[in-house]
Write a protein that binds this ligand. Sequence first.
Ligand SMILES: NC(=O)c1ccc[n+]([C@@H]2O[C@H](COP(=O)([O-])OP(=O)(O)OC[C@H]3O[C@@H](n4cnc5c(N)ncnc54)[C@H](OP(=O)(O)O)[C@@H]3O)[C@@H](O)[C@H]2O)c1
Length: 312
Amino acid sequence: MRAVGVTEFGGPEALHVVDVPDEPLGEGQVRLRVSAAAVSPTDTYARNGTYAKRDGVTTFPVVPGMDVAGVLAEVGPGVQTDLAVGECVMGVVVPTGAHGAYREDLVLPAGSVARVPADVSDVEASTLPMNGLTARLALDRLALEPGQVLAVTGAAGAFGGYVIQLAKAEGLTVVADASEADEQLVRDLGADVVVRRGDDVADRIRERYPDGVDGLADGSVQDAAVLPAVKDGGAVATVRGYPGDGARGLRVFPVWVREYAQRADALDELRVAAEKGIVTLRVAAEFPAADAAEAHRRLEAGGVRGRLVITF
Ligand SMILES: NC(=O)c1ccc[n+]([C@@H]2O[C@H](COP(=O)([O-])OP(=O)(O)OC[C@H]3O[C@@H](n4cnc5c(N)ncnc54)[C@H](OP(=O)(O)O)[C@@H]3O)[C@@H](O)[C@H]2O)c1
């Protein structure tokens, strides 16, 4: 079975097509024939070895990737599901070793998989699970009430975009950051107020909300720099583990999508949100497996809007 991975850590050029055996199918698991795997920033760290120590990587190949779509190929013992073999499904992957999204044959817990949205290609569907679930988790932790104000940084990105759209659907007021070039995009995603992105984004938000916002989702990973935007006692969701500084009673929630990696119910709600047009699936470009290195090169160059997707 083809996969895209590394046999030694390195730059984008280290990614290449590798041959991997089928994964064994166990209790409570399903097998997917993957046709699309979205490329996320975290995949570049799996590729270059940043996560190797944390994850105890000792053998190669390492196959990155956290998002897939494809066909349900097999249902393991003990799985309760209304999904049928042959249906198009999407899934979230917690990668380890050769078990990552960039592979044709993939076994996942049944709880990590849901039907793809109607009238959506596998390539589009593959952009939803990981960042959609992270956005859901962030909003669940922030637990704001309708009418409260949420700030979103990295708003033009995949995570930020889903946060804006889900928050608007729940009746929140959203203030989002953007470069001049991204301003229309972020407005189209539903932001009520747009402020210029940058190191001083907290000041820009305070200019519009002098008492501070009720909550903030920090998709640009600016950590301590964004805390001043939030009112005393407000809530912050961070995406790379920043725990806050303990000041002003702020409640800082480092969110990790693996907490929601078996929330098929939440993934299915995202399917419905996509079908209703509440969330938009944005694809920047597709790359056949043999050209995966180019996808990583483009992502690392910055400025990509919409997801890059590897196809099998
Ligand atoms: N903890 C988890 O479970 C989890 C799950 C999902 C995502 N994440 C993390 O969440 C972050 C966002 O993911 P994503 O997929 O949405 O990434 P993305 O699509 O690349 O979006 C990130 C956005 O932030 C902008 N940005 C980056 N640095 C900035 C800065 N210093 N100031 C202002 N804007 C900045 C980027 O602009 P440019 O493209 O112009 O640089 C881009 O618009 C990543 O760090 C990712 O690893 C964590």
